[in-house]
Write a protein that binds this ligand. Structure first.
Ligand code: ZN
Length: 198
């Protein structure tokens, strides 16, 4: 990094902290930013800070939102007795894109991974269990079909079973290790419709 002056080096260093951005990518972005009109850069920086400041977890489903309760949780037309459990807000967006799911969600923000030291208390599981004290007919577990996703699904189903609430798992039309957000809508719908009892 010593080829560049301090300011440029700092910028490259910050950009490199983003996922999927290596040193070369960070350099390309840095020089792109340095060539942008100053007002555009200012607007971009302000958008970053504003989003980070104003976006937080929905108090019901834990998805990221800028209101106290997200638009889905505050929609009376949704079926609030059917909860689909997903790993992150992007997976939730993928299901929303199908336009066919009428229930609500619960976002875990991760999956249980003993290998990476992520346990049940590191994801939003307590919040889910609290919601189940209300009127719930079905919990659909839509975590990824990765090892972590399956471990999480199994753990959750064991927790919920004693409550008598119906627990289902989306069908494995979803390729193993495949991230839900990258799967096309038809496959997602098929996985949802073919869900099985746990
Ligand atoms: Zn919500």
């Amino acid at each position: 990094m010593e080829y560049y002056s301090k300011e440029i080096g700092n910028l490259i260093g910050e950009l490199q902290k983003l996922p999927g951005i290596g040193e070369k990518g960070a350099q390309r972005l840095a020089f792109h930013i340095l060539n942008m009109p100053p007002d555009d850069v200012k607007h971009m920086a302000e958008t970053l800070v504003s989003a980070r400041t104003n976006v937080h977890y929905c108090k019901v489903c834990c998805t990221l939102t800028d209101s106290e309760t997200c638009p889905i949780c505050s929609n009376p037309k949704r079926n609030h007795r059917q909860i689909m459990v997903v790993e992150n807000s992007r997976d939730m967006a993928a299901y929303e894109k199908t336009g066919k799911y009428e229930g609500v969600y619960h976002v875990l923000h991760g999956a249980i991974s003993p290998m990476q030291g992520i346990g049940p208390n590191d994801i939003r599981l307590k919040e889910l269990m609290k919601r189940l004290e209300g009127d719930v007919d079905e919990v659909i577990i839509a975590t990824n079909s990765s090892l972590e996703g399956e471990t999480t699904a199994m753990y959750i189903s064991r927790l919920i079973k004693p409550t008598g609430i119906r627990v289902t798992r989306i069908a494995s039309g979803v390729p193993v290790g495949g991230d839900i957000e990258y799967i096309d809508e038809v496959t997602l719908l098929r996985a949802f419709e073919g869900r099985t009892e746990l």
